[in-house]
Design a protein around this ligand. Structure first.
Ligand code: COA
Ligand code: MG
Length: 314
């Protein structure tokens, strides 16, 4: 290991994150009653400009009236971007009036570390002024060419930062990529055209102790397409994926839950290495394959994730 120590963000189960437009309050109770680990109440792109103020009021009310934590949800609010006239009031009204019940703020279209610095500074002041007894986390959407060009610096920008999300739709627009559906693959490209972006963002997250979350898959009538995308993200190391429709929640939970056979195998690896260590050996063989300290670290990740899921009672 390097002499540099990575500080891990607060641990939260984050296999599925359901997007809920702030302008559709009739969906809030359904979202709380569902099986998503995370819910974000949206003030940004799912809300039309004329509905921004009403959506903000709805979201503040929902944070106060619905017991998201009893429903085993982490609850987040996606504010409007720093280039809009809505963002400052989103932050001030939501954090002042409902900050006590809010876990994280999701900042869209983050381009430079200063975007996070600005949000952090405002939230810090409000927390102090209101006397909040918990620290509200910040999460950043990487969904522009600028954000991706600066993703390493953004990932290191604040101890308040907990996660980065890959926002494939805006990213495609920003890069002028030719796409067919949100998050889907263009057959003209040999392979996965999002691979390099997903991979770069994942590394920026892990180098800074952040969770890495894959964004939307727009065609909610195509569960196979959703699952294939989620599995690609999980293979890279992602913690979870957005659901833009309730039907995608269980799919995400399933993909990002290590299957029992994988957990058993991870426990066997740890056990075999403990026995090898007791016999004075660092490497060992299990089922004809070499395992060593790196295998133990991979196995520990699996066991830890499984432990967090069972502790949550899911
Ligand atoms: N959260 C909670 N419940 C939801 C929901 C959501 N995001 N989306 C749909 N539902 C509910 C519906 O109310 C309906 O409930 P019912 O069975 O009690 O009537 C059920 O799930 C099935 O919904 P359906 O009729 O298939 O969808 P819809 O036409 O109402 O809405 C969308 C489809 C895509 C418009 C809607 O799912 C949505 O707004 N998703 C989020 C979009 C978003 O936030 N985008 C920004 C981030 S990319
Ligand atoms: Mg977006």
């Amino acid at each position: 290991m390097s002499h540099h120590q990575i500080t891990e963000a607060k641990r939260r189960l984050h296999r599925s994150e359901l997007a809920v437009p702030g302008s559709r309050p009739e969906l809030f109770e359904k979202a709380a009653a569902g099986r998503a680990d995370y819910v974000f109440l949206d003030l940004e792109d799912a809300v039309a400009p004329d509905d921004k103020e009403a959506a903000r009021r709805n979201v503040i009310e929902a944070l106060g009236n619905i017991d998201w934590h009893r429903a085993k949800k982490t609850v987040s609010v996606r504010i409007n971007g720093l280039d809009t006239p809505y963002m400052y009031r989103d932050l001030i009204d939501v954090v002042e009036q409902a900050g006590a019940r809010l876990d994280t703020i999701l900042v869209p279209k983050v381009g430079v570390p200063g975007d996070i610095y600005t949000v952090d500074a405002i939230v810090t002041q409000i927390e102090q002024a209101v006397g909040l007894d918990h620290r509200i986390g910040v999460e950043a959407l990487i969904e522009t060419a600028l954000g991706m060009a600066n993703v390493e610096a953004v990932a290191a920008s604040s101890p308040r930062l907990e996660a980065l999300h890959f926002g494939v739709a805006d990213y495609a627009a920003s890069c002028r990529a030719r796409t067919i559906t949100i998050g889907g693959l263009n057959p003209d490209y040999p392979g996965d055209q999002w691979h390099s972006a997903l991979s770069r963002m994942l590394v920026a997250c892990r180098a800074n102790g952040l969770r890495a979350i894959d964004g939307p898959f727009g065609d909610f009538g195509d569960p196979e397409g959703f699952t294939a995308g989620a599995r690609r993200a999980a293979a890279l190391g992602y913690d979870g994926k957005w659901a833009i429709h309730p039907s995608q929640v269980d799919l995400a939970n399933e993909v990002f839950t290590p299957p029992p056979a994988e957990v058993d195998q991870a426990r066997r690896v740890l056990q075999a290495l403990e026995e090898a260590a007791a016999a004075g050996r660092g490497a060992a063989q299990l089922d004809g394959r070499m395992i060593d300290a790196a295998s133990a670290r991979m196995a520990a990740n699996v066991v830890e994730t499984a432990g967090a899921i069972s502790a949550r009672g899911c």
